[in-house]
Write a protein that binds this ligand. Structure first.
Ligand code: SF4
Ligand code: SF4
Length: 99
């Protein structure tokens, strides 16, 4: 599942990467892979749903992402609650347009 293009807050610093492969294991969307140089690389940043698992599990600080924000959070909240997508910030993103 792809999300909106070019909006993910995911940042990866290859110079800090030790090639442990944890990010590729924990990412539910296959955003990371380990390449031939024993470094992580991003397959498609638009697959990222900003869940934060990669940042939490990278022991070398090579990844940062603003988890739980934006449309991904809204979609997840909607799935959990069974209602409309809502980011929970009080804005009107989950409300249906009138008329
Ligand atoms: S978890 Fe961090 S150090 Fe390990 S491969 Fe991924 S980016 Fe590199
Ligand atoms: S934030 Fe989640 S979906 Fe995005 S790259 Fe990290 S583990 Fe994958």
């Amino acid at each position: 599942m792809k999300y909106i293009s070019n909006v993910s807050t995911l940042k990866y610093s290859p110079e800090l990467c030790k090639g442990c492969g944890i990010c590729a294991e924990v990412c539910p969307h296959g955003v990371f892979m380990i390449n031939g140089n024993k470094k992580a690389s991003i397959t498609d940043i638009d697959l990222c749903m900003e869940c934060g698992a990669c940042e939490m599990n990278c022991a070398f600080g090579a990844i940062s992402v603003k988890a739980g924000v934006g449309c991904a959070a809204a979609i997840i909240n909607g799935m959990i609650s069974g209602g409309e997508p809502s980011c929970g910030c009080g804005c009107s993103c989950g409300e249906k347009a009138e008329n």
